[in-house]
Design a binder for this molecule. Structure first.
Ligand code: UDX
Ligand code: UDX
Length: 457
């Protein structure tokens, strides 16, 4: 089978490379010439642990290539749509890239061959029907006869995308076409059966368990598949907001949220994942997906009020962190604040829609001088936040020079390994706010710092 993947962003580049690794000749289409050239040189167009070596190996064995044109669609058996689906100003999803990709696919379909078009992008419920109608119009062919559209949502966490793509909990396939179901079963068989995994593991930067339970392959209709993606992300957002609120209550009552979360997670009905306290969830998925599903639910008079509450709670969690700093420094005016971590989580260079942007913006508004560091995300953060008058530091310790407070927003490994004794002497006032409770084990209070986490004593 020949695979095409439209879009080489955080999802498309991982998806396309994964199918090449599974042995399928794969072509990635992207309108961005820079990304196309990077891939064809054997480089990953994004930072994702392990991806660069996979791309390099797949390009050198000619299983993977990239192009700006859609000609390859003519020979393809399966075409993934993995273009971005940004939010519009009202919170709804902008489908212009999906529409444009569908149109171009339609113009290049082969009338003599059954092609499956797979929606990987996160799209509102009903978009598969829209994609089918655009393709019908552009190609003059018939949905479910000459081609079929499948919804196959991605569940990749940035930073762990290779692990999630090769060891997923579930693969969700939604389509009305029996023929497309068969094609998808064949396509995913090596992944479900874990054949052809030899040679793959050298690329993993994380521990993985080859004996972990195999993925559940779940077939349903398109709308249910589209909905599974949204409501899963919304559920996870609610779960994080809940533990974040519990952390605030722990602060008031003197309990320890690390133990509380651990104790809760021991109940298999609750589970121990996604109970890590933070200054709030962010990134290119949760904020966008919660806003969209809330909007849809309100439109149809079935408001997901828990999701609405989680969105509000998340912003109040950002504010809670700012209040903690304010309380410690009395006033933020002319205070020097160092920020460690700009990306929405570690192991990614993705600094789109990160909580750092909100929190730093507020600190600047309150008169603080802000110095920032991130191992991978500074360039993107600067592009997205050029209005912020802040100092970008090459080394994390540079943010501590003369600082009144250091705030850890993203728990990059390297921050735990910093020389905190040196940092002590660099700072003017030794307040540390650790929004991930990540430095707790370092006992920074014993070194003389005023150390605070969230919900820990
Ligand atoms: C993905 C999803 O598809 C989105 O729905 C989900 O919510 C988050 O993950 P992402 O991979 O983050 O989006 O998008 P991005 O990194 O912006 O990459 C999209 C790529 O598609 C870019 O490289 C862009 O150049 C390309 N593109 C966009 C096209 O090739 N054609 C277009 O018409 C538009
Ligand atoms: C998410 C989904 O997890 C994934 O399945 C896919 O659908 C894409 O969207 P991603 O956005 O890459 O993945 O990151 P994720 O690991 O889910 O984290 C999202 C945000 O929640 C981050 O800001 C993260 O720091 C935060 N988070 C996560 C917490 O604050 N606490 C947690 O316990 C887990």
């Amino acid at each position: 089978m020949e695979v095409v993947c439209v879009g080489s962003g955080y999802v498309g580049s991982v998806t396309g490379t994964a199918f090449a690794v599974l042995g399928y000749p794969t072509t990635i289409i992207d309108t961005d010439l820079r990304k196309v050239k990077e891939i064809n040189r054997g480089n990953s167009p994004i930072y994702e642990p392990g991806l660069a070596s996979c791309v390099s190996q797949m390009v050198s064995t000619s299983l993977l290539s990239a192009t700006q044109t859609y000609d390859c669609v003519y020979h393809a058996d399966v075409v993934f749509i993995a273009v971005g689906t940004p939010s519009k100003s009202d919170g709804t999803v902008d489908l212009k890239y999906v529409r444009s990709a569908a149109r171009s696919i339609g113009e290049h379909l082969n009338a003599g061959k059954f092609t499956v078009i797979v929606n990987k992008s996160t799209v509102p419920v009903g978009t598969s029907d829209l994609v089918a109608s655009i393709i019908e119009e552009a190609s003059g062919l018939h949905n479910n006869r000459h081609f079929a559209v499948v919804s196959n949502p991605e569940f990749l966490r940035e930073g762990y995308a290779l692990e999630d793509v090769f060891f997923p909990d579930r693969i969700v396939i939604g389509t009305a076409s029996h023929k497309a179901m068969k094609v998808m079963q064949k396509l995913y068989a090596p992944l479900v059966e874990r054949t052809d995994y030899s040679g793959l593991f050298e690329h993993f930067a994380f521990p993985y368990n080859i004996n972990s339970p195999k993925a559940v392959y779940f077939e349903t209709d398109t709308k249910s598949a589209e909905m599974i993606k949204y409501v899963s992300n919304a559920f996870l957002s609610v779960k994080i907001s809940y533990i974040n609120e519990v952390a605030r209550l722990c602060d008031s009552l003197g309990a320890n949220v690390l133990d509380v979360a651990h104790g809760m997670g021991l109940d298999s009905r609750i589970g121990n994942k996604f109970l890590q306290v933070s200054s709030g969830w962010s990134g290119s998925c949760f904020p966008k997906d919660t806003a969209e599903i809330l909007f849809e639910s309100q439109k149809y008079g079935s408001e997901l009020s828990l999701v609405k509450a989680a969105i509000e709670s998340n912003v109040s969690m950002h504010d809670y962190c700012i209040q903690k700093i304010q309380r410690s420094l009395t006033s933020l005016n002319s205070k020097n604040i160092g920020i460690l971590g700009l990306t929405f989580k570690p192991n990614t260079d993705d600094a789109r829609h990160t909580q750092a942007s909100y929190i730093i913006g507020k600190l600047v508004d309150l008169g603080a001088n802000v110095a920032v560091h991130d191992p991978k995300g500074m360039e993107m953060f600067q592009q997205m936040n050029s209005h912020l008058p802040i100092r970008y530091c090459e080394r994390p310790t540079d943010t501590a020079a003369g600082a009144d407070a250091l705030v850890l927003l993203t728990h990059w490994d390297e921050y735990r390994l910093l020389n905190w004794e040196t940092i002590y002497w660099q700072m003017r006032n030794r307040y540390i706010l650790d929004t991930r409770n990540y430095l707790k084990k370092l006992n920074l209070a014993e070194l003389g710092f005023m150390y605070e986490g969230l919900g820990i004593q």
